[in-house]
Design a protein around this ligand. Structure first.
Ligand code: AHR
Length: 769
């Protein structure tokens, strides 16, 4: 059999790829505090509290010897934004204050410098503190150093320390002498060496992992972290407000991070912009729109100016001349030159009219003042459905430049949706795929992501930007999986998915090039079966009554089934559909159980782990979702905003025609979706050209279990280079272990490119400039 052939038409350059591949940073999994922000002391300003996390209090992270000497004070704070401090009063005994950081001890390296600092105010006489670092076996890593505290005012004391040996279980010890009374705040231990040696900079090894990706942009600071909070800028659990995050760190108010911990805001907007510049990525900030979709908090429309001004001021902060108000703030912080902000996202993944009625206020004000800023609207957290459509409608109506789409799905969803963007219109807003990942960190997921990314590239005229999410995970604090980069206090291990992102960013190219692929085997149909099979109900930690259950299988007579009462997680199978088309109707009443849950209809159940679900009252009882479970992995195909009220009865109907699903609640049409058949191509390809280097890049992805060869243009690729990633589909990288996938870089010889099973390759040409 002849090898498949790929012939490139170098005379036909197609859509520009612009800033297609970037990254998304959010402080979840302790990505910032305890991660990229290298402050080593946890709870340095005694501001942790139960608003952040039910297990926190102001001394969380600290331990004491002679603990009665320590109290939390509020009456004489360092400043109004940093309200708590430690009041230390000793009697005839000394007292000791200790902190072991975020992970299982402080990681300090021999020969490196660390800057210790604290603010103190003695209430009696001057005193000397002793600061040392010990490991868990009480061995001194840094010998005690004395600080003389003598000013009667709050004052910062600082010195550098150099460990005599390396430790990963260090603990800082601050000893207070007998008979002293002193107030202490902002106890900090910070590596002197930061990425690019920035003051209050970021952790070098983690930032280097970002720079190595070559991202074109960085979306920050979140995610849900941006839009989950109250409207009061001074509240502990306020929405993310960038103005709180700049200036001296001791004046930045600590904040509740919705991922269940405290955010010091030590990593703030100035540092984010600086980081973008240092890694060569365009900044892409996300602003809260005066709206919290999780708690339905809405800034009144006649008080939206404060929020709109935040956005306008941010643009001035980033781009304004030092003669402008906010440009001067930036210049005074040390960056007189602009940060060249081009993109601004209003809202994260917003759902609800609350967002859509606020968005235009931002849009119009920003367009009027800064017409060149590219504005990003939002289509919510699902790949399709009512909210998704409304988000797109809003973007079209107001002329947003891009629409942020988010989805985390099983690999089969990505394979079945390879052609999602082929059908998108070429005119109007572009897609910003601001969050996506196939739900696991195995090599198979990464290969599938690579194949999907080729669909993004191919449609570069419709898809403007895309970034995998989330980025970082401190493995001690994993609250979201999968992730791109794992770390703890001392080491960094990229996931296998990272290597795909890196390869694609490295070889993005500036424009698509036309090519023809011939002789490839037909795409393989994996699943196009009708969605019939068993059906039944399942409680989702709520008590539900399902009554008046009637089903009709094809042309059979409608059948009525006995009423069901389910509690806890009880599941009951009722019957089996055999026709391609069927309907089920039932009345659903939630009678008790968890307020944030509802019930499920499962249908099309073909075997264990392979079925469809209609989730009634999903995600915090806010959605009606059509979910597919395929080989035990689930994907949300379609979502509508809907919630189930307790003791109210809803009449629910579903109609399934082959792979088309349509549902109604109380006779109102809701979700409607076609579950695209799962079809797998033998290879996925794309060709791009890079204007700067004059090189052509051919990307080839094989998601299957067969090796093959691909004949390519000899004239174009002679003297070229192959970069290939391959591995076992189950391979996964774990922190501290070696990379589980093979990376090959070798000259290209001959005319045929070997494409191993489960591989991602880029063939790059020499320069044709
Ligand atoms: O990336 C993790 C979270 O997923 C983001 O915070 C949010 O936008 C999405 O739901």
């Amino acid at each position: 059999m002849n090898n498949p052939k790929l012939k490139i038409d170098t005379s036909r350059h197609l859509a520009a790829l612009g800033d297609l591949y970037g990254i998304f940073f959010e402080d979840l999994n302790h990505a910032a505090d305890g991660g990229l922000y290298p402050e080593m002391i946890q709870n340095r300003s005694f501001e942790f509290c139960e608003v952040d996390n039910a297990t926190y209090n102001a001394t969380f992270g600290w331990s004491f010897e002679n603990s009665q000497a320590f109290h939390i004070g509020e009456d004489d704070p360092l400043n109004t934004k940093n309200r708590h401090y430690l009041d230390v009063k000793t009697n005839e005994d000394a007292a000791v204050l200790m902190n072991a950081g975020f992970n299982d001890g402080l990681f300090l390296e021999k020969g490196k410098q660390y800057r210790f600092s604290l603010f103190a105010k003695p209430l009696d006489n001057h005193l000397k503190l002793k600061v040392a670092i010990l490991n868990s076996k009480n061995k001194q890593i840094v010998a005690p150093q004395e600080i003389l505290i003598e000013s009667k005012q709050w004052l910062k004391y600082t010195f550098s320390m150099e460990p005599t040996s390396t430790t990963d279980d260090g603990m800082i010890k601050i000893e207070f002498p007998p008979h002293c009374h002193v107030l202490v705040d902002m106890v900090s231990l910070f590596p002197v060496e930061t990425f690019k040696q920035r003051a209050n900079g970021v952790r070098k090894d983690l930032a280097e992992a970002l720079k190595a990706l070559h991202p074109k942009f960085m979306r920050f600071p979140g995610g849900c972290l941006v839009h989950d909070g109250t409207l009061n800028i001074d509240a502990r659990d306020s929405l993310y407000r960038w103005k709180n995050t700049i200036g001296p760190v001791e004046q930045r108010p600590a904040r509740r991070n919705n991922w269940g911990y405290n955010q010091t805001l030590g990593l703030g907007f100035y540092e984010y912009f600086q980081l973008c510049e240092d890694i060569g990525a365009k900044p892409l900030p996300v602003m809260a729109a005066g709206y919290d979709p999780h708690h339905q908090r809405k800034a009144p429309l006649d008080h939206l100016d404060e929020w709109v001004d935040d956005a306008l001021d941010l643009i001035e902060f980033a781009n304004g001349a030092p003669t402008t108000k906010w440009g001067k703030v930036r210049a005074d912080l040390g960056h007189p030159k602009p940060f060249h902000l081009e993109y601004l996202a209003i809202g994260n993944e917003e759902v609800g009219e609350g967002f859509r009625e606020r968005y235009p206020y931002f849009h119009k004000a920003i367009r009027a003042k800064y017409p060149s800023i590219k504005l990003i609207n939002s289509s919510g957290p699902f790949a399709g459905g009512g909210e998704f459509e409304l988000g797109w409608e809003s973007a079209k109506k107001y002329g947003s430049d891009l629409v942020d789409e988010h989805y985390y799905e099983a690999p089969n969803w990505f394979l079945a949706n390879q052609h999602r963007y082929d059908a998108y219109p070429k005119k109007g807003p572009q897609v910003f795929l601001g969050e996506y990942a196939s739900k696991d960190n195995k090599w198979y997921n990464a290969v599938v992501e690579a194949s999907y990314m080729l669909g993004l590239e191919r449609n570069a005229d419709k898809v403007g930007l895309a970034c995998y999410a989330p980025l970082f995970c401190n493995i001690k604090y994993a609250n979201w999986k999968p992730d791109l980069i794992f770390f703890d206090e001392k080491q960094v291990t990229p996931s296998v998915n990272y290597y795909v992102q890196k390869l694609f960013m490295h070889y993005q190219g500036t424009e698509n090039v036309d090519y023809k692929l011939t002789g490839t085997p037909e795409a393989k149909m994996i699943d196009d079966k009708p969605l019939n099979g068993q059906f039944g109900f399942e409680a989702d930690q709520a008590d539900i009554a399902v009554t008046n259950i009637v089903y009709q299988d094809g042309n059979q007579q409608p059948q009525r089934l006995t009423d069901q009462h389910l509690t806890g997680r009880k599941r009951i199978a009722l019957n089996k559909m055999v026709s391609q088309s069927y309907t089920i109707s039932f009345d659903l009443t939630k009678t008790g159980g968890r307020p944030d849950k509802g019930g499920h209809l499962f249908f099309g159940h073909q075997s264990e782990g392979n079925e469809m679900m209609w989730i009634l009252g999903g995600w915090a009882n806010a959605d009606s979702i059509i979910k597919q479970v395929y080989k035990g992995k689930d994907s949300d195909w379609n979502q509508f905003n809907w919630h189930v009220e307790q003791n109210q009865t809803y009449h629910c109907q579903i109609e399934v025609n082959n792979r088309h699903i349509k549902v109604w609640i109380d006779n109102v049409p809701m979700n409607e979706v076609e579950i695209t058949p799962l079809m797998v191509q033998s290879i996925y390809t794309n060709v791009t050209y890079d204007k700067k280097s004059g090189r052509y890049f051919l990307k080839v992805v094989n998601v299957g279990d067969h090796d093959f060869k691909l004949e390519v243009d000899h004239d174009l690729f002679a003297g070229g280079l192959i970069d290939r990633l391959q591995g076992d589909p189950k391979a996964e990288n774990h922190l501290g272990e070696s990379n589980q996938i093979k990376q090959v870089r070798q000259p290209f010889r001959g005319t045929a490119l070997t494409v191993p099973a489960y591989s991602v390759s880029v063939l790059s040409s020499q320069s044709f400039k």
